[in-house]
Design a protein around this ligand. Sequence first.
Ligand code: C2E
Ligand code: CA
Ligand code: CA
Length: 745
Amino acid sequence: MNERILQKRLKRLGIAVAVISAAILAAGSLASFYLRNILGEALTGQMKSDADQYRTNILRQMDADLQTLDTLGSLLQYGDAESLIRRFGQTKGHNDFEQISFYGSSGTEAAVALPDESVRTVIEEAWKGNSGVSRIYQEDGSGRNIFTYAVPVCPEGAVEGVLTASVSTDVFLDILQDDTILGRTGYVHLISDSGKVLVRSSNRIVSEDLDTIYDNGYILPEEKEEISRAMAEGEVCLSSFTYEGSTYQVLLEPVSVNGWYLFCVQTMQGASRSVYDLMTNMRLISGGILLLILVIIAYGYRLIRRGNRELIRNTYYDPLTGAYNRRRFEYEIGPLIKKSCEYSIAALNVRQFKFINEIFGSRAADELLCHIRKVIAENVRAWEYYCRSSEDLFYLFLRDTDRTAIRERIKKIIDGAAACRFGGRGDYEILMYCGVVIGSELAEEDPDVQKSMTHVRFALDTARTSLKNNIWFYDTELHETEILENYIETHMNQALENREFKMFLQPKVDLQTGAVGGAEALVRWVPDTGNMIRPDQFIPVFEKNGFCSSLDMYMAEQACGQIRRWIDAGLCPVPISVNQSRLLFYETDYIDRMRELLDRYRIPGHMITLEILEGLAAENAGVLNEKILRLKELGLRISMDDFGSGYSSLNTLAGLKIDELKFDRDFLLRLDDKEVDRSRQLVIMNEIVELTKKLNIRTVAEGVETKEHEELIRSFGCGYGQGYYYGRPVSAEVFSEKYLGQKSA
Ligand code: C2E
Ligand code: CA
Ligand code: CA
């Protein structure tokens, strides 16, 4: 799993959490809304039935008053109207009537003169035979709100007069203030259909004296519009008004008399306080639970997020420096390498980091690593990456492919690292080395991170061993050599056991007689795969790892064995020269082992010549001479190989008890070279030959390739010649046939 997937998951989780929270919130508010609606509906229903009751009571009151008046009217035929009314008036206290008047046909005019038009209208209607109730108007003089009932008086069937009675609106007030109906949680006003307040209950909420319900803007304009419309149509209307921050529900119920309306206000949001309280508590509790759930979810989410972050940090980041780790680095650069070869990878390492750790302590070393990370971070550009792989190993992925540019950038980093005064130490200079692989130089068919990382490690190893160059670029050829060396080292022991090392022989020709006077044993490695490995490929490796000693002893044994086979075959054997490595020569049991070989194969010592390298003489001539003398006691011959290739002087040559001197191939090569002073070269060779003659040392010239070479070496008295001109190294069988067969014949 990679970081992006983790991030994606986290994002998805975040969205899920948000959605779930939103869903819970929505469900909560929906439930709350639903409950409120149910409760609201219940309350509205309650209000409606309450309002109905008020209305019925008012209508009942008016019916009863009209009936009383009607009865009074029917009594008028039995007496004088005026005295009857007076007497009835005296019963005040048993009825609500303030002022009773009779309008006979004679009193019509008086009625017409009445100030209130509405009263006149109801009287006119009564003349037509219909009882009625006038609008509410102000009484002359007292200014009280009153209204008038009017009933027709028709003793014989025809209307003969009208009886009226004025009543104070207080009769309605008593009804409206009956607070048992709204359960003491509301009040009722009587209003006109234009919104004018006619009878105002004292149980009100709004303290000001308002002329109409619309005054002071407690009812919002849109509500007002709706109310006016409903009242114009005579419909029931549900509305609300806001007073001192609280909103109250209002029901407008038509009384169906004179356009009167009951303005019922619910002061509490419920008919029953307990239900309301329960509702409030439930909402509080569910709100609390919801909040708790949200907090738990948020906490869980935070935990997961933190866990994920930690996971990402541990999986993809180096805990010490905070840089990417190698895994993340490879993950990032993998696709880039596949896409284009325009990149380079550098591996940076601190020289002797282990010592830094040991001498200055791990804290100081950690400080250094963090500093290096900082320097690297400052030097990488957009779309470039870096990581700390392990200990002091940093990798960089750069977009540069030009060696000079890369070198400059790396140098800047190395210099930046050197500036670190870690652990408060200013006296220790930090040295870094670096291996670089350039993508465009690889030309690999299938570019791959792992391969590139291996190459860069190889370049880094080379940089480590190089003293002069601390930035090393990966070289394909160099790498192949490394691969071969690796093969050599891992297969050499097995190869020796499997007898994969073969002895080839190259003839040494006596220049005076032209006969083959000896042979040099040259090793050939023929692995099972059949691809022969040349000695210049594996001998240097063996010299380094010490395996040369085993190989040389093996070759010496092969040579002894071959001589023995020649003798046994009745052939005249030629001495064989074997190459001896420096290490072998210094081994303490070397001489014993040589003796043991000669004994085992029962051959005289002079049949074996040991070729030692010129460099040995330069090291310690005394020890060398002593060894030479002891070997010579066994009859062995000693030859100095590659003379002239190194440091030996004629002086050292004079001091050595050797039997043979082999001129390095270089002598002849230099004679071929037109640039070199040929005559000077000839003088030197001549001098050497003269000296060897005096010292009784025979000379062999190596690398004789042409007739001209032969003539040349013969001209200054060289004893033997060895080279392709006479014959290439061949297998022992071929050699025996080709050279010894002839001889024996
Ligand atoms: P070397 O001892 O100087 O051997 C002579 C090398 O010169 C041989 O190369 C031989 O094949 C080559 N050579 C001979 N004549 C000519 C010529 O006319 N022209 C040219 N160009 N080359 C010629 P080879 O066999 O490849 O061996 C290379 C070196 O490997 C040897 O140089 C020797 O130093 C080392 N070597 C070979 N066999 C052994 C061994 O068994 N033990 C040790 N220690 N070293 C060995
Ligand atoms: Ca040799
Ligand atoms: Ca040689």
